[in-house]
Design a binder for this molecule. Structure first.
Ligand code: RB5
Length: 153
C-alpha cells in the first residue's frame, strides 16, 4: 500500500503524527507538503494529493488542514476523488465501507493526534462493501456525476 500525504499549517500536527504511525507500520508514503507551520494555501496541497491519487499512483490520500473541510472541498473537485472529512471512528469506517472514500481528511483544530492516528488505522484497514450492490450502485452514481452522465430519472 502506498499513501499520498498533504496538509496546510493547520493540519501539520496531525500529518506528522500520521507519519510516525506509517513509519512504525512500514507503510509507504510520499509527503506532498507543507513542511512547516508557516501559513500556506490549502488548495495547493489538496490538489497535489488528489491528482496523485486520481492518477492511480497511490492507493489512498490523507489530507489535513485546520478543519479538514477546505482540503476536502479542493480534493473533491478532482475527477475520481471521493474525499471524506472524518471526526469520529464510525465515520472513518463507514466512509470506506459505503462510499469507497479514497482520501481521508481531518482537522488539526478539531481532533487530536491520537484520534487522527486511530481514524487513519480504521480507514486503511476497512474494505469497501463491494459485494453489496446498493453501495457499488451509489458510488457509480458519484462517478457519473464526475463524467456528466448522471441522471435523476
Ligand atoms: C487555515 O487558517 C484554515 O482556514 C485551513 O487550515 C482550513 O481549516 C480550511 O478549511
Amino acid at each position: 500500500m502506498k499513501l499520498a500525504l498533504g496538509c496546510d499549517h493547520g493540519g501539520i500536527n496531525l500529518k506528522n503524527a500520521i507519519i510516525d504511525y506509517l513509519e512504525e507500520k512500514g507503510i509507504e508514503y510520499d509527503d506532498f507538503g507543507c513542511f512547516s507551520e508557516r501559513s500556506v494555501d490549502y488548495p495547493i496541497y489538496a490538489f497535489k494529493v488528489a491528482n496523485a491519487v486520481a492518477d492511480n499512483k497511490f492507493d489512498f490520500g490523507i489530507l489535513c488542514c485546520g478543519t479538514g473541510i477546505g482540503v476536502s472541498m479542493a480534493a473533491n473537485k478532482v475527477k475520481g476523488i471521493r474525499a471524506a472529512v472524518v471526526s469520529n471512528e464510525f465515520g472513518a469506517e463507514m466512509t470506506r465501507r459505503h462510499n469507497n472514500a479514497n482520501i481521508l481528511c481531518m482537522g488539526g483544530r478539531v481532533i487530536n493526534e491520537e484520534m487522527a492516528v486511530k481514524f487513519t488505522d480504521i480507514f486503511l484497514n476497512t474494505p469497501f462493501s463491494s459485494d453489496e450492490e446498493r453501495h457499488t450502485r451509489r458510488v457509480k452514481m458519484l462517478a457519473d456525476i464526475d463524467n456528466g452522465t448522471f441522471s435523476t430519472e
